[in-house]
Design a protein around this ligand. Structure first.
Ligand code: CO
Length: 471
């Protein structure tokens, strides 16, 4: 197993929630010289360097070279995964059992959560010395379980399929209790954090499977773990940024990694990809390095984005669920995802660019298009593309069991994807276009100077400005 895969296993294990994922990402970044930047302070005159910004379960990281910020290479992914989350007053007693109320977060494969040893993690707000503090919590013990109904009480389960009612059938059991309203979980959380139960105010807590990530298969070709969608792509993006950081110097596009929370529920939140978080970062970097708002818009016209989110490998038992000629294989490299409905933001030009970057690293890209008669999933790609207008390619490593509590991928793909994303974030001399917005310029070279929105319009409207921009 290569070092990328070994470190991915560690990252998955350390990150049971988006908040923990951001913490483990920050640990990796600070180990190589990144420092945390406060959104609430002025960034004017920001010194060149390596920085990370954290907002809840989202993290942005970038390497600022000397000189003005004038173009960006962005790799995006998401930190959240479908799971079960605690309701705000979760504890109750029923039939002598201590239970908790849970909500379904995102597109969970519900049956995969039955008969699992479940731990509890997230963040809790506590009252300490008159202040409200947010603390991370991880109870790494099997304190909860959702027991499957015995087959003797559900004789048709194998023929008719398992139908789970979200309200009635998902509350886990935590223990045995009398009929009094139990509070043992609240006490346990308070004890773990070293506060009294009364000082424990509100929380964002979720359940997770305790089974550790492992390498499996006859020859170690598989990776079995929770949250591969999409921590595997967060990990690849971080690895790529750390590798690309070495190449950053004055005048090159700024490499940015954007890891967002709340993708699995549509990205509309204060920290999701729908928030003005990434636009805020890019604009503030242009302003901080002496540019103005016109420079900001020009910088967007010079920028490119890769949205990395796991892709569907072909399943040997259900090959008909894939469009023929679009059946990604495990350990066969990054998958470019296309959808005419723009559920994926990829256009032909960005697909070509990504394909070519892969080829130059000795990697062959795979292609995925959803069956026309099935509704296609989506990613953060179309959302950031809508907010910023930056050409985007949606890619991902192939996997099986997506949104199960226990997913599956290949052990060679993390290294291949990290390499492809590094190629994208690194400045590659004249290989990458300053802009792909104008057809006058070839994608991989710059044979002609291109009059486009990437030059300043202040004081002079370009003569060619009436010409349509074709992407
Ligand atoms: Co995903």
């Amino acid at each position: 197993m290569d070092e990328t895969c070994t470190d991915l296993l560690r990252f998955l294990q350390e990150s049971p929630t988006p908040y923990h994922a951001v913490e483990s990402a920050l640990r990796r970044l600070t180990a190589v010289g990144f420092s945390r930047l406060d959104e609430a302070t002025s960034w004017r005159g920001l010194a060149p360097g390596r920085y990370a910004v954290i907002r809840g379960g989202s993290l942005l990281a970038f390497v600022l070279p000397p000189g003005p910020a004038r173009a960006f290479r962005i790799a995006g992914a998401h930190t959240d995964s479908p799971n079960l989350r605690l309701k705000s007053r979760p504890e109750y007693a029923k039939m002598g059992y201590h239970q908790i109320g849970v909500e379904v977060y995102g597109g969970v494969i519900l049956n995969s959560w039955l008969d699992r040893d479940l731990g509890l993690a997230g963040r809790i707000v506590v009252r300490q010395n008159g202040e409200l503090e947010t603390r991370l919590l991880q109870v790494d013990r099997p304190i909860a379980r959702i027991p499957q109904l015995a087959i003797h009480l559900d004789r048709e389960v194998n023929d008719r399929g398992l139908v789970l009612h979200r309200q009635e059938h998902l509350p886990p059991v935590l223990g045995l209790t009398g009929e009094d309203a139990p509070s043992a979980l609240r006490s346990l959380c308070a004890r773990e954090l070293g506060v009294t139960p009364d000082d424990l105010l509100s929380f964002d807590l979720m359940l997770y499977d305790l089974t550790p990530p492992v390498v499996g298969g006859l020859s170690g070709e598989f990776l079995f773990s929770a949250r591969l969608d999409n921590l595997a792509m967060c990990h690849a993006s971080l690895g790529a940024l750390i590798a690309a950081a070495e190449q950053v110097r004055e005048g090159v596009p700024i490499p940015v990694v954007a890891l967002f929370d709340h993708e699995e529920v549509g990205s509309s939140s204060a920290t999701g990809a729908g928030a003005p978080l990434l636009p805020m970062l890019l604009e503030r970097l242009v302003l901080a390095t002496g540019g103005d708002r016109d420079d900001y818009h020009a910088s967007l016209a010079r920028s490119l984005c890769v949205s990395a989110d796991m892709a569907h490998a072909v399943h040997p038992n259900y090959p008909e669920r894939h469009e023929t000629r679009h059946r990604p294989a495990l350990n066969a490299g990054p998958v470019v995802k296309l959808n005419a409905q723009q559920r994926y933001a990829t256009c032909g030009r960005m697909a070509s660019l990504f394909d070519e970057l892969c080829r130059r690293r000795g990697i062959k890209a795979q292609y995925y298009v959803h069956r026309t008669d099935l509704p296609c999933g989506s990613t953060i790609g179309p959302i950031t593309a809508t907010l910023l207008g930056i050409p985007t390619v949606d890619v991902g490593s192939p996997m099986l069991s997506m949104h199960s509590i226990r997913e599956m991928a290949g052990t060679a793909d993390p290294r291949l994807m990290t390499s492809a994303l590094t190629a994208f974030l690194e400045h590659t001399g004249g290989l990458l276009p300053t802009t792909v917005q104008c057809d006058d310029r070839s994608l991989l070279g710059s044979r002609r100077r291109c009059p486009s929105s990437s030059t300043s319009w202040v004081g002079r409207l370009p003569r060619e400005a009436h010409r349509p921009t074709i992407l």
